[in-house]
Design a protein around this ligand. Structure first.
Ligand SMILES: *Cc1c(COP(=O)(O)O)cnc(C)c1O
Length: 418
């Protein structure tokens, strides 16, 4: 077993799609807001309040600039989960066609089976409460097109929610085209942009989004803070709030603001604007090395999702003829995600990979590796060696793999060819 080079610390973090470390520059910006600038931005009568409010205002401007929106269009929340709930439930209740209990569908909503649970579960609750929801099934490459959305539209469609980039496979949907379609039919369009925001450019109006969720901790900011873009012109989007109280955030989201968190999100957004293109180029090269090395040294592995329409820092690879749990055990020095989701009793294969048509076994033996701002080439090199060695070792023990090599056709999977 190769040991780690001197200046490499283990485990190696390759799970940036799950969360990112806070950038030290973000922490530095936040610190004064815990102690000296501790006021409540809602306190209008003294300096403590004004200073806290100034911090929030600056953060709002930083976020707005990143997505080319107006400051008034940014609503701060506790994270993308809350933003998604506010967008979906808030819009559904505001734009419903028929009242609850009328016996008629309250309205039709379109989403997709490979969305994050923070979109799927609010949609399912709305479904129980009398809305009709269509969950589109993506093609094998995971990319939904405007045509697929168009085919599902109905006269009573009130809301479409399609994610910008998928968190498990990194695939990118054509948000601008889907938004344009919705606009032409006066349908509210929400996108969960959590994986895209701060990594790739956004022009909220040109991209035709009405509602857009994002999160601090996926972009080197703090956890527990995020936001929702709520469009104010053509159309002016209205929402029924989920939380009532002091009327903060234009009444969309009551509650004393998480000032330090918001300041951190603002700083993270500013840094993202400056550094995203260099980060994307560097990480794209590292991912290419990772994928090319693995697929050239191992047969029967498949890269999940469209190879081109994909974020540059995420890869999701299935390894044929290895058992998922053994694979995770064998690469435990690499902190990454597997294609298995822990539910209470058992390991379920990832619903996203299943949604693409990947079989259960192959979904279990998949790894999502997601690179980040401080991922080094040395870490990638070490990861390649680890994974290649682990998969080879596990396959040495596999009678099925022997049969496969002897040319016995065991599956209809198309393996990646280098
Ligand atoms: C992480 C993530 C979320 C949840 O964000 P939180 O801020 O942790 O609530 C929602 N959607 C996507 C696509 C994500 O990647």
């Amino acid at each position: 077993m190769p040991s780690a080079p001197q200046n490499l610390t283990l485990p190696i973090y390759l799970d940036h799609a799950a969360t990112t470390p806070c950038d030290p520059r973000v922490v530095e910006a936040m610190l004064p807001y815990f102690t000296t600038i501790f006021g409540n931005p809602g306190s209008r009568n003294h300096r403590f309040g004004w200073e806290a409010e100034a911090g929030v205002d600056k953060a709002r401007a930083q976020v707005a600039e990143l997505i080319k929106a107006d400051e008034k269009e940014i609503i701060f929340t506790s994270g993308a989960t809350e933003s998604n709930n506010l967008a979906l439930r808030g819009a559904a209740l505001m734009y419903e066609k028929n009242p609850q209990g009328s016996g008629k569908p309250r309205g039709h909503i379109i989403s997709c089976i490979i969305e994050h649970k923070a979109v799927l579960d609010p949609c399912k609750r709305l479904q129980k409460e009398g809305f009709d929801v269509t969950f589109l099934e993506p093609p094998r490459d995971g990319v939904l097109t405007a045509e697929m959305v168009k085919a599902a539209l109905r006269d009573d469609t009130i809301l479409v929610s399609i994610m910008w980039a998928n968190n498990e496979i990194g695939t990118i949907n054509d948000i601008r085209a889907i938004g344009e379609l919705c606009k032409s039919r006066d349908i509210i369009f929400h996108t969960d942009a959590t994986q895209w925001f701060g990594k790739m450019p956004i022009d909220a109006y040109a991209d035709n989004v009405d509602l857009m969720s994002f999160s601090g901790h996926k972009i080197y900011g703090p956890k527990g803070v995020g936001g929702l873009f709520v469009r104010r012109k053509r159309p002016r989007v209205r929402l029924t709030p989920l939380v009532d109280g002091g009327g903060q955030e234009r009444g969309f989201r009551s509650g004393t603001l998480n000032v330090s968190g918001i300041v951190g999100l603002g700083k993270a957004a500013e840094l993202a604007g400056r550094e995203m293109s260099a980060d994307a180029i560097r990480l794209g090269k590292l991912r290419k090395k990772l994928e090319d090395s693995i697929t050239s040294r191992l047969d029967t592995c498949a890269i999940n999702g469209n190879r081109d329409k994909r974020l540059p820092h995420i890869t999701n690879i299935s390894f044929g003829f290895v058992e998922g749990e053994s694979l995770m055990m064998a690469v435990k020095e690499i902190a990454c995600s597997s294609g298995s989701a822990c539910t209470s009793a058992s390991l379920e294969p990832s619903y996203v990979l299943k949604g693409l048509g990947v079989g259960d076994d192959l979904a279990h033996s998949s790894l999502r590796l997601s690179l980040g701002r401080w991922t080094t080439e040395q870490e990638v090199d070490y990861t390649i060696e680890k994974i290649v060695a682990a998969v080879k070792k596990l396959r040495d023990l596999s009678p099925l793999y022997d049969m496969h090599k002897e040319g016995i056709d065991l599956s209809k999977v198309e393996w990646a060819h280098h």
